[in-house]
Design a protein around this ligand. Structure first.
Ligand code: GLN
Length: 191
């Protein structure tokens, strides 16, 4: 199994490290031809407009859409979630494949970065401890389509993780913790 991490901007190294710590063959992806032999792809956090613009220049958006259409799992964390969404309420280059409406920088200035513990039954897999979620100028999911499964919510009901068939999206950054449960969940999707 070979997993790519889109390495144009943002927190891609942390994803690669997490995958390698799980003994997964992980590669940094910058060119369309590197997508060809992948079994799955992670789009990291960072700045979604920047990631989208560079991905456009490198001709990556359409090949990633094709990967999704082929049923290969793709996971977007934070900015990566924004890039996967069909609707972000503003004009920017997107892969635009997931039936979700995203609100960028949704948590306002005072709390634009925060950490909280979440119960995420889908990823627990025997380990009942809550998942420590790190939000950095994070987007939220304003609404999701009927075909989208909500995986995690904040106490006030805000949706912060969701899955649609082979697509996975999280507002927060599992790669910045030492908790590999989300990565393992994604690897199960790939298997
Ligand atoms: N605020 C960023 C954006 O809108 C996302 C932040 C992140 O990925 N940590 O693209």
């Amino acid at each position: 199994m070979k997993i790519g991490v889109l390495a144009l901007q943002g927190a891609f190294r942390e994803h690669v490290q997490m995958l390698r710590s799980l003994n997964v063959d992980a590669v940094e992806v910058r060119l369309p031809e590197q997508l060809r032999d992948l079994d799955g792809l992670i789009i990291p956090g960072g700045e979604s407009t920047t990631i989208g613009k560079i991905a456009t220049q490198y001709g990556l958006l359409e090949p990633i859409r094709e990967m999704v259409a082929q049923g290969k799992p793709v996971w977007g964390t934070c900015a990566g979630m924004i890039v996967l969404a069909k609707d972000v309420g503003m004009r920017q280059p997107l892969i635009g494949v997931m039936d979700v409406k995203v609100k960028r920088n949704a948590f306002g200035r005072q709390v634009d970065s925060f950490e909280t513990d979440l119960d995420i039954p889908e990823i627990m897999n025997g380990d009942k401890s809550p998942f420590h979620a790190i939000f950095i100028r994070a987007p939220l999911l304003e609404s999701v389509g009927d075909n989208v499964q909500v995986l995690a919510k904040l106490e006030d009901g805000t949706i912060v993780a969701a899955r649609q068939a082979n697509l996975l999206a999280t507002s927060f950054h599992p790669e910045l913790t030492h908790d590999a449960r989300f990565h393992k969940y994604f690897l199960e999707m790939v298997r």
